[in-house]
Design a binder for this molecule. Structure first.
Ligand code: ATP
Ligand code: LTN
Length: 336
């Protein structure tokens, strides 16, 4: 028996921020030696809302480089680009035909994103979770480490897998592996710096709402200086009246690597004037090694290209095997 499998991905819709890092990528890195991991840059998902063709390729490369810079280790993990493995689109089509429309209409992320798009909602935006299910099911992933916002999509993925197994498999010989989400408690929902009740997101129009992994020390200082707080003195976790306070303390806890108890004790008497510079310094120091590594990787495009070539090869092998199994179970004429 090999190691259990992990699959996860991030959209190249812009710069990765602390939410993506603390909610997802950092957990991938922590877990990776216990699993066989596939990490993809989900470029097909990035075009479900209007995108810029001038920056898609560059953003895709940057996200792949950031995976490496954050510590994804090629001894344990495969990094690849979703659109370079055609099986993702192909399985998504098959799953589309086995997924009831009303399962998709219920998705919270669809409803939220559709509202923002107005008249411009694409079929792809509605279909987004089916493509995500294809990403996961192709690799027979046991676990999918994501932030809290993806929980509903993971439940849908499970429902789709169970439905395909019921329709086309036998109980002792399922067609698809039913995956489990892996959502860590701390960091699963990093909130916006401008509003502690909204999640930090790449698509928020305000740059001040998020800290990007590649922000300069000056930018980080400025963003933290300007972030929303409250007039209360003393800082503590879990106060529903103080969402910003909880969020900023959590960021400090995760970025400093301390326990929650020690942060609670250290900050109990602090005012914002003392805490903000401390958080800014901690964020700058935590991101420095990632930024240094990123610059080195980007200075050698041949290296990144070879990582992706190798990754695409491995991913293609794993994905094609599953696609063939589904085709066969659904009764397609085998390819000659
Ligand atoms: P967009 O705004 O373009 O939808 P996003 O910032 O939500 O993008 P994704 O690419 O959709 O980022 O998410 C990649 C991973 O990061 C997912 O596992 C997701 O759950 C996680 N993630 C995104 N935002 C946060 C957040 N604020 N807190 C914790 N995890 C997050
Ligand atoms: N929808 C995810 C990105 C994503 C993903 C995946 C995550 C696409 N395919 C497969 C985990 C596994 C998001 O974070 N918005």
């Amino acid at each position: 028996m090999g190691k259990p499998r992990i699959l996860s991905g991030v959209q190249p819709t812009g710069n990765l921020h602390l939410g993506n890092y603390l909610g997802a990528v950092r957990n991938w890195v922590e877990l990776q030696s216990e699993y066989e991991n596939f990490f993809c840059v989900v470029d097909l998902h990035a075009i479900t809302v209007p995108h810029n063709p001038q920056s898609l390729a560059q953003d895709t490369q940057a996200v792949a480089a950031l995976y490496l810079a954050c510590g994804v280790d090629l001894r344990y993990s495969t990094i690849f680009i979703q659109s370079h493995v055609a099986a993702h689109s192909e399985l998504a089509w098959l799953l589309n035909c086995f997924t009831p429309l009303n399962w998709l209409e219920r998705m919270i992320q669809f409803k939220e994103k559709a509202l923002k798009q107005g008249e411009n909602v694409s079929v792809g935006l509605l279909d987004y979770p089916v493509l995500m299910a294809a990403d996961i099911l192709l690799y027979s992933a046991d676990k999918v480490p994501v932030g809290e916002d993806q929980k509903q999509h993971l439940e849908l993925t499970r429902d789709i897998a169970i439905r395909v197994n019921d329709k086309f498999g036998q109980p002792e010989n399922p067609v698809l592996k039913v995956p489990d989400p892996l959502i860590q408690k701390a960091g699963a929902r990093v909130m916006s710096l401008a509003d502690g009740t909204k999640k930090m997101s790449k698509s928020d129009e305000s740059e001040l709402s998020r800290i990007n992994l590649l922000d300069s020390p000056e930018t980080i200082q400025k963003k933290i200086k300007k972030c929303k707080t409250d007039p209360v003195k003393g800082l503590w976790f879990d106060d529903p009246e103080r969402p910003e306070c909880h969020n900023l303390l959590t960021l400090y806890q995760l970025l400093s690597g301390q326990s929650r108890e020690s942060v609670a004790a250290e900050c109990r008497e602090m005012g914002w004037g003392q805490f903000k510079p401390l958080l800014a310094e901690t964020a700058i120091e935590a991101l420095r090694p990632i930024q240094d590594k990123y610059q080195k990787i980007m200075a050698d495009p041949g290296y990144l290209q070879s990582v992706l070539r190798e990754g695409n090869h491995k991913a293609n092998q794993a994905a094609t095997a599953t696609l063939e199994r589904v085709r066969e179970a659904a009764g397609f004429l085998p390819k000659t």
